[in-house]
Write a protein that binds this ligand. Structure first.
Ligand code: CTP
Ligand code: CA
Length: 229
């Protein structure tokens, strides 16, 4: 009976999903950003929508079009502060949070009002830490909500990812290792390992990002159905 009702239950689910990079302005023409394309996050939005869930996609600047599904609402932001504001508004009403964005860790303390001229031989920018979107919202997570984080690591991958799982109050973390060829930025494929709070570890093969997204969605569904059993 539970199994039969499950798809109906899930169809009312709401998902908050952050995706893409953030751009932190230096002056009117320059910014600090990163190589995130948003592909993994957008693939996740499509995969959740394919299950009937409503997706609130909060996207940093990407070259991807807004997903066409009527179940996906896309909000475009530039900075980490804007992404946080949009995510904080959506978070209380969402059943599942997925933090796939590559948020800039720091931003320039001052944004120059005019284009900075190359007057000196060196230029020093003072950077200040951005809000940790996942970590801050993690402190407000209710027992029935489910939070998924990402970690892109180059060394001591599992230790770093497990630390983030705990610190940010995630229920599941998707670990990407840059040591795996074909994984990470600028690829249409990804190779991930999923780690959960029960200590479970699932290693997936290298596959297209759309297939990785379905693996992640299936894992979230399975965890939620176990929780609600
Ligand atoms: N994240 C976030 N807000 C930030 C930084 C990260 O929401 N300001 C989220 C990311 O979307 C990801 C997770 O936190 O789901 C881990 O991001 P990561 O950059 O790996 O972690 P950091 O805590 O920033 O640690 P570091 O970059 O030093 O490894
Ligand atoms: Ca970071």
């Amino acid at each position: 009976m539970t199994l039969l009702l499950y798809p109906l239950y899930f169809s009312t689910m709401r998902v908050l999903l952050t995706a893409g990079p953030t751009y932190e302005p230096i002056d009117p023409v320059r910014f600090i950003g990163n190589h995130s394309t948003g592909k993994m996050g957008y693939a996740l939005a499509e995969a959740f929508a394919a299950t009937g869930a409503e997706v609130m996609l909060i996207s940093g600047p990407t070259s991807l079009p807004d997903p066409a599904s009527p179940l996906i609402t896309t909000t475009r932001v530039q900075t980490a502060a804007e992404m946080y504001a949009a995510a904080a508004t959506a978070a209380p009403t969402a059943d599942i949070w997925v933090f796939a964005a590559a948020v800039a860790d720091y931003r320039p303390r001052e944004v120059a009002p005019n284009k900075i001229k190359k007057d000196g031989d060196t230029l020093t920018l003072e950077l200040v830490k951005n809000v940790d979107i996942a970590g801050t919202l993690g402190q407000t997570k209710r027992a029935e909500q489910f939070s998924v984080g990402f970690a892109l690591e180059t060394n001591d991958e599992e230790t770093h990812a497990r630390g983030k799982l705990q610190r940010k109050n995630f229920d599941l973390i998707v670990l990407n290792s840059l040591r795996d060829s074909g994984a990470g930025f600028r690829h249409d494929t990804n190779k991930v390992t999923l780690l959960d709070t029960a200590g479970q570890k699932t290693i997936f093969e290298l596959k297209p990002k759309a297939a990785v997204a379905h693996d992640i969605v299936r894992t979230v569904l399975a965890s939620l159905s176990l929780r609600n059993a």
